[in-house]
Structures are given as C-alpha cells and as structure tokens.
Design a protein around this ligand. Structure first.
Ligand code: GDP
Ligand code: CO
Length: 397
C-alpha cells in the first residue's frame, strides 16, 4: 500500500496531529527497495508489515438490528489476521436477531478458517464482570450495560485488553461495501506502522461524499463534521495563538486507537464519543492542563488522518435530525476545561444557527465515563473467562 508521507504536523503540547494523508495505491506490489527520492513524499507499506500490525489489531463491529446482509458483508471485509469482535445490542426476543448474527458469524468463521468473538451487550455475565472489576460506569438501573454504541465500544476495549491486543479499530456494521471495510483496516494498520509513539490514533477521512444519490443521512453527516471540525480547530488555535484547519476527522466513526492510549482516555456517550476522544487527548496531553499520563506525554500522542480511496456509504435511517447529531459533539467541546470564551461563543452561534439551541442557552454536557484503565482487569477477566468459549464463534473446531 502506498500512502502520502505526512507533509505537515501540527503540535499541541505533546500531541502531534498529522495533516490528512491520501492513499495513493491500495496494492503496492512486491517488497522492493524504494529509491531514496520516492521515500520523501510517499510511504510504501509492505504487505508483510500490514499483516504484522493486523495480527495485533482487534476489529470491533458494533451492531444493533442491522440488515443481516450488510453485517455479512462487513465481516467479510475484515483482513484475516485481525481478531473480529462483534458487540451486539440486537433484539433477542420475538425475532432473535442476535442469534442470526451469531449463526452468520459462525458459518463465516467455519469456512474461512478463522475465529471471532461475539458478545451481547446485555449479557448478564459481562455486567457481573464489570461489577467485579469495579467499573459500573456503563451499567444502567437494571445492572446491565447501557444501550449505545459508545458503551459497546468501551466493553470491546476491555475485552481487547483482556485478550492482549495492542490496537483496536472500529467499523460500523451498516457499511455497504466490504471493500471499504477492507481498506479502512489497512489504513489503520498503515497508520500504526508509521507511528513513533505507542500512544497513537488513526482516523479515516472519506474522499467521496456522495450527495444526491446517497440520501439525507450522508449529507447531514458532512455538515455535522464540518461544524464539529471548525469548533475543534478553534479549541486548539485559541491556545496556540495560530489559526489551524488541521482537524478533519472530529466525528470519524471509522477510527482506531492503540490500546495503550485507548485505556487512559475518558469517553463520552452517544454521538459525542468520537469528538470527545480528541477533546480528551487535548486535555490530557496538550500541556495546558496538568498532564494526565507521564509516559504517554513523554512519547507524545500521535494522530493520523488517512483519506481512503473507497467511498463511504452506510445505511440511511432518515430519522435523526442534524441537531441531534451535532449537539453532543459540540457539547463535548463546549464543556471541556480547555474551552475559552471565543470557542464557547462559536459553538453557541453554530448551534443557534442550526436552530438546535437558543442564543442564551448552553449545549448539554455529554455523559462521560472514566478511562477503561480504572477497571480491575484481573477481576473482570476472571468472570468473563469462564464463559469465553461461548463467545467464540467457533469453539473447539
Ligand atoms: P451513524 O452512522 O453514526 O449515524 O450511526 P449508526 O446508527 O449507523 O450506528 C453506528 C453503528 O453502531 C452501527 O453499526 C449500529 O448498528 C451500531 N449501534 C447502534 N446502537 C448500538 C448499541 O446500542 N450497541 C451496539 N453495540 N451497537 C450499536
Ligand atoms: Co451509520
């Protein structure tokens, strides 16, 4: 795979954010020595290197009642060396959609000679394990894991820590193209292979934004991303004193994090989860507030933003309002300890312009969860391990 070398890197304290890097070639052929000249502008990442990183990478697919055909396509796009972890919050009553997902995954694993994990978000064993590990943040009144993709992501992080993966990447189950999924994962692997720090993150940017044909869902996301990025950039420019447009992936649902970094960040629920990751990185490592982690700060936190070749098309639900998707992310920015009055005003203006709030109103503060590191992993694992066989799509085959 060939990717543009990072041309420009913005620094904010110990955080290094790389300018968007385009994928130039999906398949760069056999391993050969590159000429020195080529090496300056382009990074060639050999297949073997990609595979080395994929081996250490867990790919998490959060799913809730998606079309089975889409789910099937998504799992088929995940490179063989990765461990797929499906966290499902699909119905189990009336039509047991979870059962159907499990059967699909099982059959797929059987014929492709690989294994994968599938766990239901409402599994009482998982809730018990979280309680044993002292992490009840994501449990609801019934004592089970709350609804939501973010809560599923947190659970997946803990499972990945338990099975000792080094990286975790997220792919939504409603992606239309298995080829896009495949490329996202390769971008994750490529990003981590370029990282100099063990505390790194890779976020995907889309080249194509289908407009007319793709329906409202996509257009809304484009607009939401634009506004979120603008406010996020303001958050750092006010501190550095220089205007910046470096952040292009404030809302990127398709992203991956090294577990060393993932486990020390606090998270937000709902649509705030992805923007909050950036906010948490700036708060913890930007050097303005006290550093949240010494080793992390020493190595620095590296962020890669990679532009894929494949288009991004996902299910159009046509239900959410633009406001519903915008407010949580901007709320995360607004309520950050880093947020200055100029950025606060910008957030309010943007939200008022979208008629999401009144001018004198504040966006609500998203619910936040402590970093996964506070979990007692040993105690969590002791409960989960007993049931581990039932979570593997193939057991003993
Ligand atoms: P959007 O594309 O960001 O607007 O959000 P989607 O509605 O497509 O959700 C993103 C992904 O999260 C999809 O794969 C959903 O199936 C999945 N998802 C939604 N809600 C939940 C949930 O409560 N738990 C889990 N595990 N996944 C969820
Ligand atoms: Co979607």
């Amino acid at each position: 795979m060939r990717i543009e070398a990072p041309r420009y890197t913005e620094r904010f304290g110990a955080v290094r954010i790389n300018e968007v890097q385009k994928v130039l070639e999906l398949d760069s052929g056999r391993a050969r020595k590159m000429s020195l000249h080529e090496n300056i502008a382009v990074r060639k990442i050999e297949e073997d290197t990609l595979k080395d990183f994929e081996e250490k990478l867990a790919i998490v697919i959060p799913v809730r009642n998606e079309k089975l055909k889409l789910f099937e396509g998504v799992i088929s796009g995940v490179p063989h060396e990765c461990l797929t972890i499906v966290i499902s919050n699909s119905d189990t009553e009336k039509v047991d959609r979870f059962r159907m997902e499990k059967d699909t995954l099982k059959q797929y694993c059987h014929f492709t000679r690989r294994n994968a994990l599938i766990i239901h978000q409402k599994d009482p064993v998982v809730a018990r394990a979280l309680e044993a590990g002292g992490y009840t943040d994501i449990l609801d009144e019934d004592g089970l894991v709350r609804n939501g993709k973010a809560e599923g992501m947190l659970l997946a992080m803990m499972i990945s820590m338990m099975v000792k993966k080094q990286f975790i990447g997220f792919i939504d189950a409603d992606n239309f193209f298995p080829g896009s999924v495949w490329e996202y994962v390769r971008c994750y692997a490529a990003g981590f292979s370029m990282a100099q720090s063990q505390y790194s993150m890779v976020r995907v940017v889309w080249r194509y934004k289908p407009k007319a044909s793709a329906g409202m869902h996509f257009r809304k996301w484009g607009r939401v991303s634009e506004i979120t990025n603008k406010c996020m950039n303001s958050l750092i420019s006010v501190k550095t004193g220089f205007d910046t447009e470096i952040i292009k992936t404030g809302n990127a649902g398709e992203h991956a994090i090294s577990l060393k970094l993932a486990e020390i960040l606090p998270y937000a629920s709902g649509y705030a989860v992805e923007p909050q990751e950036f906010v948490a990185i700036f708060e913890g490592f930007g050097g303005v507030l006290p550093l949240s982690h010494q080793t992390g700060a020493k190595q620095g936190v590296e962020v890669f933003q990679i532009e894929t070749r494949n288009p991004h098309l996902h299910e159009d639900r046509g239900t959410d309002h633009l406001q519903g998707m915008l407010v949580p992310g901007l709320g995360a920015i607004y309520h950050s300890k880093l947020c200055d009055s100029d950025t606060k005003q910008l957030v309010i203006n943007e939200l008022a312009h979208q008629k999401a709030i009144q001018l004198e109103e504040e966006p609500t503060k998203p619910r936040t969860y402590r970093p996964p590191k506070v979990l007692n992993l040993k105690k969590f694992a002791a409960v989960v391990e007993e049931h581990m066989a039932s979570y593997y799509a193939l057991n003993g085959q």
